[in-house]
Design a protein around this ligand. Structure first.
Ligand code: SF4
Length: 63
């Protein structure tokens, strides 16, 4: 799984950090930060949940 975040699209809603705080954080402006450079199998379900909840569709998943 290849995960990228589209920072310009991020609106700082914080859903990703809320449901996947070990994978996503927000900077001082509320913009998403990825905390892990690679996503392992054990994190895939959590990433999918965060991507689904992101109102800006700023979390992109490539299989
Ligand atoms: S849920 Fe989406 S819009 Fe909100 S901080 Fe995360 S990436 Fe940005």
């Amino acid at each position: 799984m290849d995960v990228t975040v589209n920072k310009p699209a991020c609106v700082g809603a914080g859903q990703c950090a809320l449901v996947a705080g070990e994978l996503f954080d927000q900077d001082d402006d509320g913009i998403v930060i990825m905390l892990k450079p690679t996503i392992g199998p054990s994190d895939e379900a959590t990433v999918r949940r965060a991507a689904t909840l992101c109102p800006a569709r700023a979390i992109r998943i490539a299989e």
